[in-house]
Unconditional design. Structure first.
Length: 389
């Protein structure tokens, strides 16, 4: 064998032993065009795309703080809740010991008791403990306001920093239920204004109440309770009147009617206070819109950028102004991935919770509807949290 052939053979064996034969095969390396061997270049691993923080959490407002319900919530991954209300001491307010016991019961399951409901409910003045506040009746409303001032203090001493309430005279208004055979024969709570007009009559107790009177009663109440809420670091979230209605329906114009966005803006701008804001029920808000999917996002941005969203009821509807039905979160007109992105973008850090789930004949219908919604809401948050900014 010639000297040149021996040299080529030795070089080939070196390449095989050093793992460089692949470079030869692809036309590179020391035998490719007699080029000098280069040091390998290490590529930097690409950084994962930045993500916007998602601060909201799944919550619940039903079932109370008993062992059975707390276990049910923990099984479904729900670790934040509105606990309803502590025991009432007549003429005084809430029982602090009972409130502390509720807090302790929740903590055993890792559940945070984040909110209570004041006795100003969506059931209207007939079923609340403080009816004179919205009737505007003095001096009776002053005693009711004193009780709510005490409730704010009890909540703060229990480390419950959010109190939810309603400013309505009429209760929640509906005209019937609509069946859906495609979803296991559930029925959806429905409102149709044309049907409602057929039995329209003034409120038997309140009579006729114009919009300015409604706002006088709201501001009379808030003028006296907001300073207490600010002192104790408690937020007060007003629920959207359900549904928004035409002017003077049954003698009463609701504070957010007839234009829901205008009503929200007016209420929001009554006070410049960290304690003044909304229990922003998206279902009730959508009920006042012509195109809920399109119109709900600007409302979320406007209220959220003012830091006045204190709680979210994530309820979907089909329809809108004067004609709608409440459906499952996945089959309504609002796009909830878009909604949760909007909440993320305004830095919302409170609860999103099911509300008014569909009914059916199974005795466990309410538990099943909430379980479906809990899983849906958890998945929504996880999906949006995984998206790049």
């Amino acid at each position: 064998m010639s000297y040149l052939n021996k040299l080529k053979r030795r070089n080939l064996l070196k390449l095989i032993s050093s793992g460089s034969l692949g470079a030869v095969a692809f036309g590179s390396g020391p035998l490719a065009g007699c080029a000098q061997q280069q040091e390998p270049v290490m590529s930097e691993q690409a950084s994962p795309p930045a993500k916007k923080p998602v601060l909201m959490k799944v919550g619940c407002q039903h079932g109370g703080t008993g062992k059975k319900n707390l276990e049910y919530l923990a099984r479904h991954g729900v670790f934040h809740m509105d606990g309803g209300s502590p025991k009432l001491i007549e003429g005084v307010g809430w029982d602090l010991d009972d409130s502390l016991a509720k807090k302790e019961a929740c903590e055993k399951y890792g559940i945070s008791l984040d909110a209570y409901h004041l006795p100003l409910s969506s059931a209207g003045i007939e079923r609340v403990g403080t009816p004179n506040i919205m009737l505007g009746k003095s001096p009776e409303r002053d005693k009711e306001i004193e009780m709510i001032q005490q409730m704010i203090e009890v909540a703060a001493k229990s480390d419950v920093k959010l109190l939810l309430y309603n400013t309505t005279i009429h209760p929640v208004l509906r005209t019937g239920r609509t069946p859906d055979p495609k979803r296991g024969n559930v029925t959806y709570s429905t409102w149709n204004y044309e049907e409602a007009k057929l039995k329209e009559e003034p409120h038997p107790v309140a009579g006729t109440v114009e919009i300015e009177e409604i706002y006088e009663r709201i501001t009379y109440f808030l003028d006296r309770v907001l300073p207490v809420a600010e002192e104790f670091g408690v937020k007060l979230g007003n629920h959207i009147a359900d549904p928004p209605t035409p002017i003077n329906y049954n003698g009463i114009t609701r504070w957010n009617s007839p234009d829901i966005f205008d009503g929200i803006k007016r209420f929001a701008q009554l006070y410049d206070s960290p304690s003044h804001g909304f229990n922003l029920c998206l279902g009730s808000t959508a009920e006042g819109l012509v195109d809920p999917r399109k119109e709900i996002i600007p409302i979320i941005h406007w209220v959220g950028e003012r830091n006045q969203i204190f709680n979210i009821h994530l309820r979907n509807i089909k329809g809108g102004w004067n004609n709608f039905m409440e459906v499952y979160p996945d089959n309504g007109d609002m796009n909830f991935p878009e909604v949760v992105r909007a909440l993320r973008d305004v830095g919302y850090d409170g609860m999103i919770m099911p509300d008014h789930t569909p009914r059916h004949e199974d005795p466990a219908a309410s538990l099943q509807g909430h379980a479906f919604s809990f899983g849906y809401n958890i998945a929504l948050i996880q999906a949006v949290a995984s998206e790049p900014a």
